[in-house]
Design a protein around this ligand. Structure first.
Ligand SMILES: *[C@@H]1O[C@H](CO)[C@@H](O)[C@H](O)[C@H]1NC(C)=O
Ligand SMILES: *[C@@H]1O[C@H](CO)[C@@H](O)[C@H](O)[C@H]1NC(C)=O
Ligand SMILES: *[C@@H]1O[C@H](CO)[C@@H](O)[C@H](O)[C@H]1NC(C)=O
Length: 468
């Protein structure tokens, strides 16, 4: 309904005018805009000579053969007459334009009023900074106060007070704003572009990754904002910091500065405690991302990219990096029958939309539910079949985010029994040997004793001495 009313209203100046009629229109335009003015619309208007006046001087005309021309002394900027319209691209002068048909006494008067359309501070505006949009006619016609409102880049009407709009810049405010001035049911629209300086990704992001995988830790400036514009905002420093995750062996309360940007030309990153990361080389495109070729276990933590400006404003983005790991308790070298707990985690509780999927070794007989796998597996008694690679994967809907692997070595329990048997057998053998030895010794002693006695009988010593 509303759009119907609008289209009807816009049609009014196009309605056929009767002889001698005069129409006055007020049009609002900002400097440099293109303004199109329509001449009086009458039956057989091409049979009449049309001329355009600006502040009382004739600036353009169209004759009855359709030829047109300009008075270059009076108007030294580009204008064009096409049919019944006068088009002024890049308007620089504001005032009264009159389009009249000779011998018909019918005309249209356009009062073109300059509209001051501004954004303060000038673009780019920092995310979170207060910004003021103003839209005011330079002169006001008597008793004709126009209604003014702003449309945001999404085309939504914003509450405007006397052409003024105050808000804190968000990434949604980036784009074309439109000031709509409604006067006498006629709308004039003027656009202004607002660039908001923020960091991408737009919200804090969480990355899940696996050990030894490459990783990009993203941080960049929207491509429509040049480095020159950032300099003009008074950039003071740019840096990357790392906060190890709470479960890490590194002290998590300690901020480690990874890199800082040397702002003298040519721009380049200076490493601090770089932790094996490298910044991407396309810095001039506003890409501040860091790259890791091989993620390590202790890379889990928060990475913060910060831009600080001279007026005290700060822009920063945090990327939470989570490295998936499997831990085995008590250890990975086990004996069959032992209890083992395996846990697949990133060192902090997983959000509810993430799922864990376990892949035991092929020959493992551990029963796992097919739909839901727990992050912590408790195996009451491992068997030798559980030996080998255990894999766990982290899934979000149908997307695999990360995977981790652990190798369990499980010795058969038998070998332990065997050890006991071997020990016992050895002990028995030793005992037997000792017994044999003891018996042998005893037997030997007995034999000697016997021989001694025999010797006494067979070779009796002559009793007494024989003297020869
Ligand atoms: C023509 O140009 C001159 C200087 O460039 C300027 O001063 C003058 O106002 C212009 N006149 C019109 C009618 O545009
Ligand atoms: C920044 O560079 C990295 C690595 O080359 C690339 O993956 C990423 O898409 C780039 N980001 C932007 C916003 O261009
Ligand atoms: C495994 O976890 C259970 C409880 O979840 C616990 O009672 C047990 O002591 C753990 N065993 C080992 C070897 O850590």
């Amino acid at each position: 309904m509303k759009s119907l009313i609008q289209s009807v209203l816009i049609l009014i100046p196009v309605l056929l005018l009767t002889k001698g009629a005069e129409v006055i229109e007020v049009i609002y335009a900002q400097l440099g805009e293109t303004v199109s003015l329509k001449a009086p619309e009458v039956t057989h208007s091409h049979d009449y000579y049309l001329f355009w006046h600006f502040n009382g001087s004739e600036i353009a005309w169209r004759n009855t053969f359709g030829r047109s021309g300009f008075n270059k002394d009076k108007w030294n900027f580009t204008i064009s007459v096409s049919g019944n319209s006068l088009t002024i691209p890049d308007i620089k002068y504001f005032g009264t334009f009159v389009g009249k048909l000779r011998n018909h006494d019918t005309g249209v008067t356009y009062k073109v009023v300059k509209l001051n359309v501004n954004v303060n501070p000038p673009s780019p505006v920092l995310l979170g900074e207060w910004m003021f949009l103003t839209c005011n006619p330079e002169t006001l016609e008597k008793d004709k106060k126009p209604e003014i409102h702003w449309l945001n880049p999404q085309g939504e009407k914003m509450p405007t007070i006397q052409g003024r709009l105050t808000l804190r810049a968000t990434d949604q405010h980036n784009g074309q704003w439109t000031c709509v001035v409604t006067n006498n049911n006629r709308e004039s629209k003027s656009k202004i572009s607002v660039k908001v300086l923020y960091l991408l990704p737009p919200a804090s992001s969480t990355l899940y990754t696996s050990k030894s995988r490459p990783l990009t830790i993203p941080c960049s400036i929207p491509s429509q904002i040049s480095w020159e514009q950032i300099k003009s905002k008074g950039i003071q420093h740019v840096q990357w910091d790392f906060f190890p995750s709470p479960g890490s062996i590194l002290n998590s309360s300690v901020r480690q500065r990874l890199f800082y940007l040397s702002l003298e030309e040519p721009l380049n990153w200076k490493p601090d405690q770089h932790r094996g990361l490298t910044p991407v080389s396309t810095l001039k495109n506003g890409n501040l991302s860091l790259i890791s070729n091989r993620v390590k276990e202790d890379d889990s933590g928060d990475y913060e990219c910060t831009l600080k400006f001279k007026n005290g404003e700060t822009l920063s983005r945090t990327v939470h990096v989570n490295v998936l790991q499997i831990t085995s308790s008590p250890e990975t070298d086990l004996i069959s029958g032992q209890q083992v707990n395996l846990s697949c985690s990133v060192g902090r509780p997983l959000p509810s939309d993430l799922r864990v999927k376990w892949f035991p070794p092929e020959q493992s007989s551990l029963p796992l539910p097919s739909d839901h796998h727990p992050a912590h597996l408790s195996i009451p008694a491992v068997g030798t079949g559980d030996s080998g690679k255990w894999k766990c994967e982290l899934w979000q809907n149908d997307k695999r985010l990360a995977a981790a692997v652990i190798v369990l070595k499980i010795e058969p329990e038998r070998s332990a029994w065997m050890l006991v048997i071997i020990c016992s057998v050895t002990a028995i053998v030793v005992l037997l040997l000792i017994l044999v030895l003891v018996l042998y010794r005893r037997r030997q002693r007995k034999m000697r004793h016997l021989r001694h006695r025999l010797c006494q009988c067979k070779n009796p010593k002559p009793k007494g001495f024989y003297r020869t």
